[in-house]
Design a protein around this ligand. Structure first.
Ligand SMILES: CCCCCCCC/C=C\CCCCCCCCCC(=O)SCCNC(=O)CCNC(=O)[C@H](O)C(C)(C)COP(=O)(O)OP(=O)(O)OC[C@H]1O[C@@H](n2cnc3c(N)ncnc32)[C@H](O)[C@@H]1OP(=O)(O)O
Ligand SMILES: Cc1cc2nc3c(=O)[nH]c(=O)nc-3n(C[C@H](O)[C@H](O)[C@H](O)COP(=O)(O)OP(=O)(O)OC[C@H]3O[C@@H](n4cnc5c(N)ncnc54)[C@H](O)[C@@H]3O)c2cc1C
Length: 643
């Protein structure tokens, strides 16, 4: 199962080597992180990032090894944006000449870059950005300017203190005409002493949610006062500005300016399975250690993992972690395919890639953020201790529902794609993830054939149920929209229904990709069977949770919905014996998990007890402040006997 989770034996071995390298290096210690003040915390992150880079250089790590190393260091840092957005943006939107100039500097870390798109006034509405880049043909330069307070760049990670350069998204103005938002490489700080260059005001935006957590990142604010950059620092793969001041659009679609977001959203889906699996690993191991009630004749109490309620909350999350792992693998493949096509100037699959990355990013991050919190509750009171690892994981993870596109805004993008597909059904055969809509007549007509709980153990029955629900919800939205004279007004009015239709479409993708995965050759005794059980758990859990949709569209009868729930209970009993093995298969070191409750050896209580004494409050028996603030109260002489 470890191989199935990792994707291949090579990846398992490679990631295992990197995990151990980090776990055994004292520089990467992270348990004191929540106790540190902001300055100390940030300096510590800089130290870890520098040490990580030294290892990459000294040990000549490959790009793949370096990625795993950064993952296991497990601390958000400016390097995430440098490697994760600045470099990919230049790769995707730069000309060959620009790539030749900037990529070697960035890859050798001679410069540090961030991705400066969002502003104080606009994040989701990219076309609403206010920063301007005005071309000055006399000087052959762009003038980058922040005309209003709300045009201040606000949020970019790595911008606050670390970056020397930024990829700045600004409205292009040539000859007095606006040409939409484009990307510009702007140097922010001196490469000699790191001080901000003239015309640049830059700093950190302040503390964020949670102790430690995302505060290791210097999310920044940035203002420009008529800062000049050479013309060739506008990324010009999509459109160009000539020396003479002519704006030219190539054959490449404008949307490619948003290409970096497609790339990052794809990586966020892969990361969702990592974050959720960490939380699930902690909650599952602890649920096997923890005992409450049920002692008979002085024997041990019941392990809480044996309670059906615990199983019905925990096992769907375990199954979701696997489901997100496999859909992430597929999405990576889809992205690589689109990338290759784009390089050959084939842009036909870009809209689908945008819809899939946007929708799956939204679906998986929402489920993961909620899932981490559920895991905290599954661990009872001890889950609230920072040493459980769950509060910090939650605090670090939840912004994923917002960054790289607010999850609702992204689902509305999926809705536009679905509605367009439905409206074109008369003359255009849908392909890829919308191919099922080509069978819309059948899906609208046929109803579920399940008669017994066992009938639900059939991938065909499950896929058809999810297809029928998604198709019927999409068609219903299409019909409602048709009643509006102004389609945009209709879209705004029906937005909540459209979001639900998008969720149904995205859940269908995840379920289908899990089922497709099981059609592949999966070596290892019992591995495929265990994955099949998890796949059914994932699908039937969703069906149970959203049974209102399936019933409302008239595909299921209440009896069939009840049968699905009966089957789900049986499946939980089948997961139980392998639950610990299934989380051990994630192959996480205790260092990466960062949780006393999730320790591999299960030695939870002695370690919790020990850790309590390491809290700074326990440095002395009498706390600082006691004599000043508490003792006077204890010693006071009050006049009223009642008081
Ligand atoms: C215990 C401790 C644990 C520690 C763990 C540590 C581990 C580390 C953890 C975390 C570290 C990770 C680091 C995370 C880094 C965070 C990175 C975050 C970076 C950012 O957030 S960058 C900013 C991102 N911003 C956004 O995403 C903005 C969202 N808005 C948009 O995407 C768009 O503007 C919009 C799509 C919403 C706009 O819509 P619309 O108004 O229609 O837009 P138009 O501009 O008019 O375009 C219409 C047209 O274009 C199509 N389209 C839109 N987007 C894309 C796209 N990306 N690709 C292709 N096509 C696109 C759209 O469909 C329309 O097409 P049509 O005309 O219909 O055919
Ligand atoms: C930790 C973190 C790191 C970040 N890193 C970066 C970075 O490196 N670089 C960068 O450029 N940006 C970064 N961002 C910014 C991030 O990309 C934006 O915050 C995000 O895109 C959401 O935009 P917003 O803040 O404008 O939200 P808003 O759009 O203001 O959202 C507010 C509310 O309005 C709703 N809403 C907005 N528009 C619509 C609509 N059309 N229909 C219905 N509802 C709507 C949303 O659903 C939400 O509920 C980061 C943000 C965070 C939190």
């Amino acid at each position: 199962m470890k191989v199935a989770w990792a994707g291949s034996r090579e990846t398992l071995e490679l990631s295992d080597r990197m995990a151990k390298l980090v776990a055994n290096d004292p520089v990467f210690e992270k348990f004191t992180r929540p106790m540190l003040g902001r300055k100390e915390l940030f300096k510590n992150t800089l130290r870890k990032a520098a040490h990580g880079w030294k290892l990459i250089v000294d040990l000549r790590l490959t790009e793949e090894e370096a990625k795993w190393l950064r993952l296991y260091i497990d601390e958000p840092a400016y390097t995430d944006l440098h490697w994760g957005m600045f470099i990919p943006a230049i790769e995707g939107q730069g000309t060959e000449e620009q790539k030749k100039k900037w990529l070697p500097l960035a890859q050798k870390m001679k410069i540090i870059g961030c991705y400066a798109q969002t502003e104080l006034g606009h994040g989701s509405n990219v076309q609403g950005l206010e920063t301007t880049a005005t071309f000055d043909p006399q000087a052959d330069e762009f003038v980058i300017h922040s005309p209003t307070l709300t045009s201040s760049k606000w949020w970019p990670g790595g911008l606050g203190k670390a970056s020397t350069h930024a990829l700045v998204y600004a409205r292009l103005i040539v000859g007095g005409e606006f040409h939409g938002v484009h990307g510009f490489i702007v140097q922010l700080r001196s490469l000699e002493d790191h001080s901000p260059l003239p015309g640049i005001t830059v700093g950190d935006i302040g503390l964020k949610f949670g102790n430690g957590a995302y505060n290791t990142m210097d999310n920044g604010v940035l203002r420009f006062d008529h800062v000049r950059i050479p013309r060739n620092q506008m990324l010009m793969r999509v459109s160009q500005v000539t020396k003479e001041g002519k704006y030219m659009q190539s054959d490449v679609p404008r949307q490619l300016i948003y290409g970096t977001m497609v790339y990052v959203r794809q990586t966020i889906v892969v990361d969702a399975s990592k974050a959720l699996s960490r939380a699930v690993c902690i909650a599952t191991r602890y649920s096997a250690v923890r005992r409450q009630f049920g002692s008979r004749n002085g024997g041990p109490e019941t392990q809480v993992i044996d309670y059906k309620t615990q199983q019905s909350r925990l096992f769907p999350l375990l199954a979701s972690a696997y489901a997100f792992r496999f859909v992430g693998e597929w999405l990576k493949w889809l992205y690589m395919d689109v990338k290759q096509r784009l390089e050959a100037n084939d842009f036909s699959t870009l809209p689908e890639a945008h819809a899939c990355t946007a929708g799956l990013k939204s679906l998986t991050t929402t489920a993961t953020a909620d899932g981490i919190e559920e895991c905290r509750k599954l661990c009872g009171g001890h889950g609230y201790l920072v040493s459980s690892g769950l509060p910090e994981l939650f605090a670090v993870y939840i912004p994923a529902c917002t960054y790289e596109g607010d999850n609702v805004v992204l689902l509305l993008q999926v809705a536009r794609f679905i509605v367009k597909t439905v409206s074109e059904l008369g003359y255009k055969q849908p392909v890829g993830t919308t191919a099922y809509m080509g069978r819309v007549a059948t899906l609208m007509q046929n109803n579920c054939a399940v008669r017994t709980a066992e009938d639900w153990l059939n991938p065909g029955a499950i896929v058809e149920a999810f297809e029928a629900r998604a198709a019927r919800m999409a068609v219903a939205c299409g019909r409602q929209l048709a009643k509006f004279e102004n389609p945009e007004e209709g879209f705004a009015e029906l937005a909540s229904d459209l979001v639900e239709a998008s969720v149904a479409h995205c859940q269908l993708i995840v379920v289908s990709k899990f089922i497709e995965k099981l059609q592949q050759d999966i070596p290892g005794k019992g591995v495929k069977q265990s994955l099949e059980i998890l796949c059914y758990v994932y699908a039937l859990f969703l069906l149970h949770k959203h049974q209102g949709d399936f019933l409302a569209v008239g595909y299921l009868t209440p009896k069939q919905a009840l049968l699905a729930n009966d089957q789900l209970r049986t499946l939980y009993s089948k997961v139980r014996p392998n639950a610990i093995a299934l989380v051990d298969s994630f192959n996480y070191t205790d260092h990466y998990l960062g949780s006393i409750l999730g320790r591999y050896d299960g030695n939870v209580y002695p370690k919790l007890y020990e850790a309590a004494w390491e809290d700074p409050l326990n440095d002395s028996d009498v706390a600082d402040g006691f004599h000043q603030y508490v003792q006077p109260i204890l010693k006071q002489k009050l006049h009223s006997a009642k008081l």
